[in-house]
Design a protein around this ligand. Structure first.
Ligand code: DGY
Length: 320
C-alpha cells in the first residue's frame, strides 16, 4: 500500500520532516525565503493527502476543488485568513492552526514594539550609528511614557490577554474591547471593558490584536484614527488587512495620532518604498511576532502533529 503524501510548502526543521517521513511520503518546497510558486502548489496539492502550509499560501476553492485526496491543511500560524475555511468544509478538508504555542512570544514582541515606538528606539539606535550624538540635551529623543498610561487592547483573545498581563506589570491602566465581554479575565487581570469608541477616546496606546475577518477588515480607518487622542500610539501585530494603510498614513501626516508600530501590512512583504516607511513616526517590522527559534519550532511540530492525527483517522489537536 502506498503511503499518504504530505506536501510542506516551505523549508522547515529537519527533525520535523524526519518525523513525518517515518509515517508518510514527504516532499517539501526547499526554499526558506521564497513562496512556493502557485502552479507547483496546485500540482502538489492535487496529489497530496496533507499540506503543511504557511500564511503566505492561498488555500482557496481553486486549490481545494483540484485536490481529491486532500484531508488536512495544517497551517503553521494561529491566523488562517489565507485559507477559505468554508470551502475546506465543503470539500471535507480539516483545517488546523497553531494557537497557544506562540501566545507569549507574540505578546513579548508586541510589547517590545510598543516600547520601541513609545521610546523611539530605532531613531536612537540610528542616532549613534549616524554619528549624531554630540552632547546630552534635555529633550533629546524624548519619547512617551508607558507606565501609568492607558493601554487599549482591541481583541482580547489569548495573545491580547498576554499583552494585558505584561502591561499590568508596567503599571499601565488596561482597557479592552472584544466581541464578547470577558468578565473572568477582567477579574483575573484587572482589566476593564470599554466600547470601541470609549477605547479609542481614552487610550494612550491602542493595540490591535483582532484576527482578520470580514467584520474586522479595514476597521482602523480615517474615522477611527480621528477618534483617537492626537498623542496616541497605534500598534498592530495581528494582520495588516485590519488597517486602511492610506488612512493611517494620512492620520500620521496630519497629526491625528502620534506614531505607529507595525509588524504586519496589507500586502506582505512591503519594500523600503512603502509610504509608511518614509515616516519617522513609524516603527516597522517584517511580521516577526512569533519568530523565536523555540516557538517557530513548536509551531512546526504542532502542525506536523495535526497532520499525523488526521491521517491516522483521529481528531486533530488544534482544529480551527
Ligand atoms: C500567526 O501565527 O498568525 C502569526 O502571524 C505568524 O507569525
Amino acid at each position: 500500500m502506498t503511503k499518504p503524501f504530505v506536501y510542506i510548502t516551505r523549508k522547515i526543521s529537519d527533525d520535523v520532516v524526519k518525523d513525518l517521513e517515518e509515517h508518510f511520503e514527504v516532499e517539501m518546497w526547499e526554499q526558506e525565503e521564497e513562496v512556493v510558486p502557485r502552479d507547483l502548489l496546485l500540482r502538489k496539492a492535487n496529489q497530496a493527502d496533507a499540506i503543511l502550509s504557511m500564511l503566505t499560501d492561498q488555500i482557496d476553492e481553486e486549490l481545494l476543488s483540484q485536490s481529491p485526496n486532500l484531508k488536512v491543511v495544517a497551517n503553521m500560524a494561529v491566523g488562517y485568513d489565507n485559507i477559505d475555511v468554508n470551502a475546506a468544509k465543503r470539500h471535507q478538508v480539516v483545517v488546523t492552526n497553531t494557537p497557544d504555542v506562540l501566545t507569549d512570544t507574540t505578546a513579548d514582541l508586541t510589547f517590545a514594539l510598543l516600547m520601541a515606538t513609545a521610546r523611539r528606539l530605532p531613531e536612537a539606535i540610528d542616532y549613534i550609528k549616524d554619528d549624531l550624538w554630540k552632547t546630552w540635551s534635555p529633550y533629546m529623543l524624548a519619547g512617551s511614557d508607558l507606565h501609568h498610561k492607558t493601554l487599549g487592547i482591541v481583541g482580547l483573545g489569548s495573545i491580547g490577554q498576554a499583552v494585558a498581563k505584561r502591561a499590568t506589570g508596567f503599571d499601565m491602566n488596561v482597557i479592552y474591547h472584544n466581541r464578547s465581554r470577558k468578565e473572568d479575565v477582567e477579574r483575573q487581570l484587572g482589566v476593564q471593558y470599554a466600547s470601541f469608541d470609549e477605547l479609542l477616546q481614552q487610550s494612550d496606546y491602542v493595540v490591535c490584536m483582532t484576527p482578520l475577518t470580514e467584520e474586522t477588515e479595514g476597521m482602523f480607518d480615517q474615522e477611527t484614527f480621528r477618534r483617537m487622542k492626537d498623542t496616541a500610539i497605534f500598534i498592530n501585530t495581528s494582520r495588516g488587512g485590519v488597517v486602511n494603510e492610506d488612512d493611517l498614513y494620512q492620520a500620521l501626516k496630519q497629526g491625528d495620532i502620534k506614531a505607529a508600530g507595525l509588524d504586519v501590512f496589507q500586502d506582505e512583504p512591503i519594500g523600503a518604498d512603502h509610504p509608511l516607511i518614509s515616516l519617522n513616526e513609524v516603527v516597522a517590522l517584517p511580521h516577526i511576532g512569533s519568530s523565536s527559534i523555540e516557538t517557530r519550532t513548536e509551531m512546526m511540530e504542532l502542525a506536523a502533529r495535526n497532520i499525523k492525527k488526521v491521517l491516522n483517522g483521529e481528531s486533530p489537536v488544534t482544529p480551527v
